[in-house]
Design a binder for this molecule. Structure first.
Ligand SMILES: *[C@@H]1O[C@H](CO)[C@@H](O)[C@H](O)[C@H]1NC(C)=O
Ligand SMILES: *[C@@H]1O[C@H](CO)[C@@H](O)[C@H](O)[C@H]1NC(C)=O
Length: 374
């Protein structure tokens, strides 16, 4: 009954690969990275100061990181543009007060056209830096023995061969890279050109995101989970900002509501870790999301290489962006929302680097907007 409608990114590895097949390699998706250090105490203090400041007098938070034979001097300011002004975080139907001042964006001091985005939590930074030389990612990992390792890698150092066996992923990767380059080109153009060519009419698509318990557990706390989500949204916006998508120009996504499940809920139909992707999408779709134009569920489940599933955008209520809660054509007697999708953050038991999640989410949102399967 579902088969005609949903689009899947199916990424199987031809190698027979079960959980743990990448041996003991700590970061199986990276062929290369460099560990980095920076002045955490300073960053911690700068962030505290920035947090207290009003928007007008906000000073810049600077981070200096050396890696890949160059000095990255990030100049950052608080940035909550991927969230609506009335953004709220809900847990168990209660709104949780949360300060999201830890999300930042900015530029590199010596590269005016660069773009940095990320979060500062406990004096640690994680995020991405888009430069003329491609995108660098900075992350950190807390080890069980209490030590924390910060590292940097370049997009070219991501081992796509773990995904690449299936053509569909190559296609989404190519499309993503193409759009990234397009963004880059238009950025260079806009510096030299006047603003007259800029189309000011923007379409904002409000989103309700749900993060299930498995997703929450992976990131351990609300700040970390939200900072990841801010990164996802920022990258999706960086892509769709530039596209004319079936006549929808400069579409921009903002999160209005984030439902986050912080504890196991044995009574919840979605609680079991062994629900297939289609079933999970159906369960997620059984709620009413009329208050937003799209709703995605973020999870951390091993779907043998399936990273995301979404209803394909069609006219009216028949799927995708802005479909209203209504009777489902193919399932008599049931109601549901088809402005929905799900994305998982692991493959064969391995956590995906953020870039792969960004590509998956951008790809699935493409389906929600009506992009055909494949
Ligand atoms: C960009 O990459 C090239 C080739 O890898 C390198 O020679 C150059 O120094 C890099 N530039 C910067 C600003 O990192
Ligand atoms: C902590 O654990 C990490 C990863 O297992 C290891 O690389 C590091 O050397 C350990 N550090 C200490 C001080 O034990």
């Amino acid at each position: 009954m579902l088969s005609a409608h949903y689009a899947v990114v199916f990424l199987i590895s031809l190698r027979l690969c079960l959980l743990g097949c990448n041996g003991d390699k700590i970061r199986p998706f990276l062929t290369y990275y460099e560990t980095v250090s920076y002045n955490r105490d300073q960053l911690f203090k700068d962030h505290q100061r920035s947090k207290r400041a009003t928007n007008q007098v906000q000073s810049t938070v600077q981070i200096e990181i050396f890696g890949y034979n160059r000095n990255f001097e990030l100049m950052l300011r608080r940035d909550r543009s991927v969230f609506t002004d009335d953004f709220k975080v809900m847990s168990d139907d209660t709104s949780i007060p949360i300060d999201i001042s830890f999300v930042y964006s900015g530029i590199l001091k010596d590269e005016g056209e660069s773009f940095c985005h990320g979060s500062v939590i406990d004096g640690y930074f994680h995020g991405s830096i888009q430069t003329r030389n491609g995108t660098f990612y900075i992350e950190y990992e807390k080890h069980d023995n209490g030590t924390v390792e910060s590292y940097i890698y370049h997009e070219k150092d991501i081992d796509y061969s773990l995904m690449k066996d299936v053509k569909s992923f190559e296609l989404s990767l190519k499309k993503y890279e193409f759009l990234e380059r397009m963004k880059w080109n238009s950025k260079e153009e806009s510096v030299t050109r006047t603003k007259r060519s800029v189309d000011m009419s923007r379409t904002t698509c409000l989103m309700q995101l749900k993060a299930d318990y498995l997703f929450f557990k992976r990131f351990r706390n609300l700040q970390e989970a939200i900072s990841q989500i801010a990164g996802y949204m920022r990258s999706v916006n960086a892509i769709y900002d530039q596209v004319n998508f079936n006549g929808i120009k400069h579409i921009n996504f903002k999160v209005k509501v984030l439902n986050i499940i912080q504890e196991k809920q044995p009574d919840n139909a979605m609680n079991s870790a062994y629900i297939g992707p289609e079933k999970l999408l159906m369960l997620h779709s059984s709620y009413n999301y009329n208050n937003v134009c799209l709703s995605y569920l973020l999870t951390n489940r091993d779907y043998n290489g399936v990273l995301g599933v979404a209803w394909t955008g069609k006219e009216g209520n028949n799927g995708g962006i802005c479909s209203m809660f209504s009777k489902l054509k193919d399932a008599p007697g049931t109601e549901g929302s088809l402005n929905t999708g799900i994305v998982t953050i692991q493959k064969y038991g391995q956590y995906l680097p953020p870039r792969l999640i960004h590509i998956t989410l951008a790809h699935e949102i493409g389906h929600s907007l009506g992009s055909p399967v494949r």
